[in-house]
Design a protein around this ligand. Structure first.
Ligand SMILES: [Fe+2]
Ligand SMILES: [Fe+2]
Length: 183
């Protein structure tokens, strides 16, 4: 006899699909943030640093794009919003200056670090081994933490209103994650 699932309870497969969908959305949003910052910060000394982070986001994004195709998972319905919203967040923070751009990176990566950590813990409880996925999440998480360190190293915390700004960006990022898990 199979146990009846409670409403709102996901199977392992459904949960995996949701994880890959939200990670794909997040990595896409991250890439768009850096694209927006690069558009606003042309000629700034931090361009190579931001480009390097953007290239890493592209690797993360390519991995989850492939997983979407291979596992036949549909992308989030909110993709157009992350396309525009990510770029806008990047452009606005870049427009306000290098340090504001770096504060944005610190805020976003802080939330992503927690998000990947939660997934790592969750995946440990799964019956399916999913070793490759676990390895990639661990690798990407380490790189997101590097981005956060880079932001701090470039004076993110010197931004006027740092606390308010990063709290706002963290809340936007959390909302984006919340919605992309569900839509
Ligand atoms: Fe990433
Ligand atoms: Fe990142």
């Amino acid at each position: 006899m199979s146990l009846k699932r409670l409403p709102g309870e996901l199977t392992e497969q459904e949960e995996l699909s949701s994880m890959i969908r939200v990670n794909h959305a997040g990595e896409y949003g991250a890439k768009r943030i850096y694209e927006g910052q690069l558009a606003a910060l042309k000629g700034s000394s931090c361009v190579p640093t931001i480009k390097h982070m953007k290239d890493q986001e592209q690797v993360h994004l390519d991995y989850f794009s492939n997983e979407l195709v291979n596992r036949r998972i549909r992308p989030t319905l909110l993709s157009p919003l992350w396309h525009a919203g990510g770029f806008l967040l990047g452009y606005a923070t870049g427009f306000l200056g290098e340090k504001v751009a770096m504060a944005c990176t610190v805020a976003v990566e802080d939330v992503i670090d927690q998000h990947y950590e939660e997934q790592e813990e969750r995946l440990k409880t799964f019956k399916a081994p999913e070793q490759d996925l676990k390895n990639k999440i661990a690798q990407f998480r380490a790189e997101e933490l590097e981005h956060k360190e880079t932001g701090l190293h470039h004076g993110a915390e010197d931004t006027p209103g740092y606390k308010l700004l990063t709290t706002g960006i963290k809340n936007i990022t959390k909302l984006a994650i919340f919605l992309s898990k569900r839509l």
